[in-house]
Design a protein around this ligand. Structure first.
Ligand SMILES: Cc1cc2nc3c(=O)[nH]c(=O)nc-3n(C[C@H](O)[C@H](O)[C@H](O)COP(=O)(O)OP(=O)(O)OC[C@H]3O[C@@H](n4cnc5c(N)ncnc54)[C@H](O)[C@@H]3O)c2cc1C
Length: 355
């Protein structure tokens, strides 16, 4: 078995983003890298969306960018702008293809299917396979999205519907999310925030069909793609090890109040690349403690008062949309944090501090 300077366990979003970042900055010209990934074939399996609050390497994998979004609760709709930080959607199929094609040109990078094929003792490891300790209180964001196509123009492709809470809640938090890629193509997703990845909420096909046909009032369409997933809204457990850094979901890159992970993964990759020569002594990269604390309180409110959440999300956008976006994307300053916090129901949040 061969020795490698670096090993990346899991060639998904975080593993490939890191390998690409190291490769394009020439950090692998004199070092070897093993990537361990069991999947047999890469194909589109996710759509990564986010407000672009920082730069990334994948502008050419963007399906569409928007500068307007809306959020709904029953009988109320708020229309907002995001000119400074457009909302972008990345096609994972284009992302995988771009990275794999680039990495294959570097003779110092080798791909393996199984960890047993690589000698790890002398390698620095970047691990993206999470160890999740799940209990009955664990919160998840679970969802199913379908891309649909219509014969005639139907959608306003200038504006996304970020959260439509005007739907059944079943004692949890539930909303629909619509990303119109063009006037006749859109992703429509049903999303739940609930304990234990609740099986009783997984009649996704029925939920999506009902929403498209009876809420959007669209009868003639065909489904061209489907994605399903669950994002843990808790941090994976890990042990600090001298020669290992966890990345991606495993590395705590998910913002727990939103599930947004993609841009944090990109920032983590950049940080590792900047410090790669001294990586075993470099300070751990993490989502700032301020957001870890605030998200902890937020999720306690969500767990105890799911029925309040549509209003709470709606109120969050009562501040300027720029402030809310920066807050939800870990880029807000103290005054911006304060302006969001002051919009929240005070007693509910104060009580949640002591749960
Ligand atoms: C369907 C879906 C949609 C999402 N949409 C968004 C979004 O819009 N915006 C956003 O910011 N975040 C989103 N996320 C959250 C997050 O960005 C993604 O989950 C992202 O893929 C996380 O990257 P990762 O590398 O940690 O995990 P993954 O991309 O899942 O990569 C982990 C890799 O490890 C491999 N693997 C598994 N077991 C082993 C093993 N034993 N040995 C070696 N390799 C192994 C897997 O095959 C996989 O390729 C979404 C998540 C899902 C599931």
């Amino acid at each position: 078995m061969k020795d490698f300077n670096y090993t990346i366990i899991g060639g998904g979003c975080a593993g490939l983003s890191l390998a690409y970042e190291l490769d394009i900055h020439k950090k692998l010209d004199n070092k070897t890298l093993a990537i361990i990934e069991p999947r047999l074939k890469y194909k589109k399996d996710k759509t990564w969306s986010f407000w672009k609050v920082s730069s990334h390497n994948f502008e050419d994998c963007i399906k569409k960018s928007w500068q307007n979004f809306s959020i709904n609760i029953p009988n109320k709709t708020k229309y907002l702008e995001c000119n400074d930080h457009p909302y972008q959607s990345i096609d994972s199929g284009l992302f995988y293809e771009k990275i794999i094609n680039k990495l294959k040109q570097n003779k110092n990078i080798s791909f393996f299917k199984d960890i047993k094929e690589v000698k790890l003792e002398n390698s620095f490891i970047f691990n993206s396979v999470p160890v999740l300790k799940v209990n009955e209180d664990s919160l998840w964001q679970h969802f199913c999205g379908v891309e649909i196509e219509t014969k005639n123009n139907f959608f306003d492709d200038e504006i996304i519907n970020l959260m439509d809470f005007d739907c059944e809640q079943r004692g949890s938090v539930h909303f629909f999310y619509t990303l119109p890629y063009s006037k006749n193509k859109a992703l429509v997703e049903t999303t739940w925030l609930s304990k234990n990845n609740d099986v009783s909420q997984k009649d996704y096909a029925k939920q999506v069909k009902d929403y498209i046909e009876n809420h959007l009032n669209l009868k003639n369409y065909k489904i061209t793609y489907k994605e399903e997933g669950a994002i843990p809204l808790f941090y994976p457990s890990y042990e600090q090890e001298k020669n290992k850094i966890n990345i991606g979901t495993a590395g705590g890159m998910t913002r727990l109040s939103t599930g947004y992970t993609f841009l944090n993964i990109q920032e983590h990759s950049k940080y590792i690349r900047e410090n790669i020569e001294n990586i075993s002594k470099t300070k751990k990269f993490e989502i700032s403690k301020k957001y870890q604390f605030l998200d902890g309180v937020f999720l306690r409110v969500l767990r105890e008062n799911p029925e309040m959440m549509p209003n709470i999300f709606f109120k969050m956008f009562k501040s300027s949309s720029k402030t809310a976006i920066k807050f939800l994307s870990n880029k807000s300053n103290f005054l911006e944090d304060l302006s969001i916090i002051l919009k929240m129901p005070k007693w509910t949040f104060i009580k949640a501090l002591f749960y």
